[in-house]
Design a protein around this ligand. Sequence first.
Ligand SMILES: [Zn+2]
Length: 204
Amino acid sequence: MNLNPAQAYEKFFEGNERFISGKLSHPRQDVEHRTEIAEGQTPFAALFGCSDSRLSAEIIFDVGLGDLFVVRNAGQVIAETILGSLEYSVEVLKVPLIVILGHDGCGAIQATIASSEGTLVTQGEFIQNLVLRIEPTVQAAREAGTDSIDEITALHIKATVQELISRSTLIDSAVRSGKLAVVGATYQLALGKVTPLVTIGNVN
Ligand SMILES: [Zn+2]
């Protein structure tokens, strides 16, 4: 497909517009296309988002098979395997755009707030691991005088973008060379709307 970051950004948000309005085109989901791309993938973007069942990537961006390289975990928390997957999408698949997607009403953020208030009821050792990784953002928000879940979610998305850029030299240099843009965005469950919060690299 070989789009530049600006073209990929446009395509991404055009798809979300169709989803918001309910005028979906369900592109590239037919048998013919499935057979055609079996030989190899050329996705136009990578998405790192929350695992929430209401955040189905291909549906909310009205795209099809082979369009998005998707990585998700609860609360979109950076980990080495996530960095590896995203580096793969840039180095090998040459995606021009990475979108980091959080959303309102996120259970992982709610769990972290509950944990910081001492009211978290989940026991899973590895759930605690997710919570611990979001906790610094909740702490920073509190120090800045807010405990609004929407503001904490926005801060966490921005922190995730920063962490991606600062930990991956490969991704940082792809952005610097103009081959890649990274967008942090939030999704409103009821509206189906994706709103960009922070952009690194040129998408205009
Ligand atoms: Zn979530």
